[in-house]
Design a binder for this molecule. Structure first.
Ligand code: HEC
Length: 120
């Protein structure tokens, strides 16, 4: 009886244990840094060979909603380069929320440089 109860409790606990939420910084380092750079400055080997290069996200002129659009639907989904992947299928909603907030928070983080508005 006691064993059965313990077993039932263990099962319930295992089922209830959710993945710990990842921070935007963690999601970025794991998925975006290889193209956009660990500092999001676009300084990567890939940026030297693809056109257009993955941009310096600190200088992005996009609104948070536009960042969410391109992250969720990919470059192709918003009429831009298909090299920017479509993360809507690969990341959970929580990860997308976290990374969008993180990238949006980077804007204007360059000394003396105001984020340049980008004409699309
Ligand atoms: C395989 C390389 C690659 C990876 C990985 C990648 N990107 Fe990109 N990203 C690009 C390229 C290339 C562009 C430029 C698209 C264009 O201008 O046509 C871009 C553009 C963007 C833009 C638009 C910036 C602006 O101001 O115009 C945002 C925001 C962005 N990426 C966020 C992310 C995030 C967040 C991740 C990770 C979840 C990510 N990217 C992963 C290649 C990549």
């Amino acid at each position: 009886m006691r064993t059965a109860l313990m077993f039932a409790m263990l099962l319930t606990c295992a089922g209830a244990q959710a993945e710990p939420a990842r921070s935007g910084d963690q999601v970025f380092k794991a998925n975006c840094a290889r193209c956009h750079g660990a500092q999001a400055d676009g300084d990567t080997p890939i940026a030297k060979v693809v056109k257009p290069p993955p941009p310096d996200l600190r200088r992005s002129g996009l609104s948070e909603a536009q960042i969410r659009e391109i992250v969720t639907h990919g470059g192709e989904g918003v009429g831009r380069s298909p090299i920017m992947p479509n993360w809507g299928f690969q990341l959970s909603t929580q990860d997308i929320d976290a990374v969008v907030a993180y990238v949006n928070g980077l804007k204007g983080r360059v000394d003396g440089v105001k984020s340049a508005a980008r004409s699309q």
